[in-house]
Write a protein that binds this ligand. Structure first.
Ligand code: KDG
Length: 318
């Protein structure tokens, strides 16, 4: 089956309990309930930009699991391959605004439903029929079965000849740098497109200099490497050339999810057949939208909103 969807991804999505205000969590009298997961954040981003997108994962048979599936459905993400696991609860992520500029995230996710993802959960025809498979370094950190599922998904995608995208997304709460490096190097070798932060590139290549490491990984693996620099923008290396893009100058409210928004923008432009410079520009635009709103994905733009960034500060749309 081909042309089933533009984009497919897999991973763990959690319930989110977020502080509405700045300060330690214990000082709050209420928390905002939502959900997030790096991979489903990207799926929502692509969907809002008008692409088909599917998410594969497990949720618990509980209120949080229902919340996740309902929100994804409301965003029109394809959830046909989502499994409800009776044997474990949906994981939770706490988000604290410890200071105006510092977010702190705590996970309650060891052994929860999402980490029980396994090879049998993969919808092979959905993956093989997509144009892009996107995986992150979070999923293989969750469990042995989630790791095997990640590898199998990549194998299916490679066999079908579709683009394999990997976001390194190192999470120190889940594994050590040494473990991540050992696991992610072979995964990166299978990817056509790698997204990484500067400190994450070091996991794929010992070189401390990001530009040098990006060039080495790109030429060794024969792939495109995109390095996210946060407020300093991003650059990409492909076929020996380097492309740069500045970040948009916006007021930062919540940086969590900026990387996923960037990936969604970049992949959207790629699906539209645009070149690397335009992919970087769309990534910069989508991440600018994401960081100006609290929530990991709530601020992601629709396609017709993209141009709003060009309006002058303080403008009102009438
Ligand atoms: O990139 C943002 C994600 O990290 C967040 O939404 C939750 O998937 C998540 C994680 O593992 O931290």
């Amino acid at each position: 089956v081909s042309g089933v969807t533009d984009f497919v991804t897999l991973g763990e999505t959690m319930a989110v309990l977020a502080s509405p205000e700045i300060g330690p969590l214990r000082a709050m009298s209420s928390l905002r309930l939502s959900m997030a997961g790096s991979e489903s954040n990207v799926a929502i981003g692509l969907r809002r930009l008008g692409h088909e997108a599917a998410w594969i994962g497990r949720v618990g048979n509980d209120e949080f699991g229902k919340l996740i599936v309902e929100r994804l459905r409301a965003e029109r993400v394809d959830v046909r391959a989502v499994r409800v696991d009776d044997g474990a609860a949906t994981a939770i992520m706490l988000k604290e605004r410890r200071s105006a500029d510092l977010a702190r995230v705590t996970y309650y996710r060891g052994g929860h439903a999402g980490s029980r993802l396994e090879v049998g959960d993969l919808d092979e025809s959905l993956i093989a029929g997509a144009r892009v498979l996107h995986v992150t370094g979070i999923t293989p950190a969750l469990s042995g079965s989630a790791r095997a599922a990640t590898h199998r998904a990549v194998e299916i995608a490679r066999a079908a000849g579709i683009v394999v995208s990997l976001d390194v997304n190192y999470r120190q709460a889940l594994w050590s740098r040494a473990e991540a490096s050992e696991e992610l190097r072979p995964l990166a070798a299978e990817a056509d497109l790698i997204f990484a932060g500067t400190d994450e590139l070091e996991l794929l290549d010992g070189r401390p200099d990001a530009a040098e490491a990006a060039r080495t990984v790109a030429s060794r693996n024969g792939c495109e490497v995109v390095v996210k620099l946060g407020s300093r923008g991003a650059f990409a290396v492909a076929n020996g050339a380097t492309y740069e893009e500045q970040a948009r100058d916006v007021r930062l409210i919540d940086p969590v999810g900026a990387g996923d928004a960037f990936v969604a923008g970049y992949l959207s432009a790629q699906l539209d057949g645009l070149g690397i410079q335009e992919r970087l520009a769309r990534g910069a635009a989508t991440s600018a939208f994401a960081v100006t709103v609290s929530g990991d994905w709530e601020g992601l733009p629709t396609r017709d909103e993209l141009e709003l960034l060009e309006l002058a500060e303080g403008d009102t749309l009438r």
